[in-house]
Design a protein around this ligand. Structure first.
Ligand code: FAD
Length: 301
């Protein structure tokens, strides 16, 4: 088993997830998770805003199997929306449909999502639907389609490792889209396995959406892709208002600031909450060097 599969396996471990919730931010997760409650998260958002960086806030949680947990997740996200409004911070919402009951009952999930999107809409706040694994992909798009009949403040993510990504980007070109490589373990039946192919497909999706689509969020820590986007947008005179770069909280902070200071729109993905374990393990799966972050936190104590 390679390291990526090892950490993805750990991310899905229910016992470890439950223990992590109970014992708070551990293992160095505090460097990549902005606290366990709304107050701590808002403080981090204000600090990023002060540097000219906007934020997308993820109240951590995923793959819930009980209605009670989904309702709790919904209430927490409603609280975040209220906090964005009250504190006048430059931020929007990122959520995961499995956090709101996608695996329990689709209608129940749709109603939870509707309540969130409606409240966000009242305050002029955008809601991004994060994309999860392939098993949830099609039904997540169906949920988006249903909500799009009534609301325009929603957007989603296209993952370049999927063979179907090009179909989706064409279908959703009129949406504000975040473009990423993809973070879950997928089979070769549905997804590219080769890094070069995934990177190349991401570049082609980015170019397509920058040219034909609505607002584009380029979400990567990969400086080669970022440099490509800088050159491409300069060559084709694509205005900076049409796109932004996104990175995860705590990763490549120097580059986040540099891009902001160069005049690019920049948005940091700010996860917070007690349900940090699965998110954190996926970050280790993506880049085992991230273990250095853990080591620093553990040994600096
Ligand atoms: P990688 O492929 O991990 O790295 C490429 C190269 O970039 C590395 O070889 C290295 O040279 C450089 N690099 C990368 N990280 C660092 C670092 N920390 N320090 C120094 N150099 C580095 N995935 C989903 O499946 N669904 C989502 O909804 C989703 N949302 C996301 C939102 C945001 C804002 C971001 C940033 C990612 C999101 N992802 C999501 C995760 C994404 O799919 C990738 O798994 C993740 O971003 C890792 O790929 P990468 O493009 O950042 O670079």
């Amino acid at each position: 088993m390679n390291l990526r599969n090892f950490f993805i396996g750990l991310s899905e471990n229910k016992i470890m997830n439950a223990l992590a919730k109970k014992y708070g931010l551990k293992l160095g997760a505090q460097s990549v998770v902005a606290g366990t409650n709304v107050e701590e998260m808002i403080e981090s958002v204000k600090q990023l805003n002060a540097k000219g960086i906007s934020c997308t806030i993820d109240s951590l949680g995923e793959f819930v199997s009980e209605k009670e947990s989904a309702i709790q997740a919904k209430n927490e996200i409603l609280e975040v929306i209220e906090a964005i409004h009250t504190h006048h911070v430059d931020a929007h919402i990122s959520l995961k449909p499995t956090q709101l009951g996608q695996d329990i009952d689709k209608q129940f999930c749709l109603e939870n999502l509707r309540e969130i999107v409606r409240k966000a809409d009242q305050y002029g706040i955008f809601v991004n639907f994060d994309m999860e694994d392939y098993n949830h992909l099609h039904s997540a798009f169906q949920l988006i389609d249903r909500l799009s009949q009534d609301y325009t403040n929603i957007g989603t993510v296209i993952q370049s490792y999927f063979y179907e990504a090009q179909d989706y980007i064409e279908k959703y070109k009129d949406y504000r889209l975040r473009l990423v490589k993809g973070a879950y373990k997928e089979s070769e039946d549905v997804a590219y396995q080769d890094k070069e192919e995934i990177d190349q497909n991401l570049i082609s999706l980015i170019e397509y959406h920058l040219k034909h689509g609505k607002f584009t969020s380029i979400a990567t820590h990969d400086h080669r892709i970022i440099n490509h986007v800088k050159n491409f947008t300069a060559k084709y005179n694509i205005p900076k208002e049409k796109f932004e770069f996104q990175m995860l909280y705590g990763f490549r902070n120097d580059l986040q600031l540099r891009l902001t200071n160069e005049g690019y729109n920049f948005c940091t993905y700010v996860p917070f909450g007690t349900d940090w374990y699965g998110y954190f393990m996926r970050r280790l799966a993506e880049r085992p060097q991230n273990i250095q972050l853990v080591a620093k936190q553990v040994f600096n104590k």
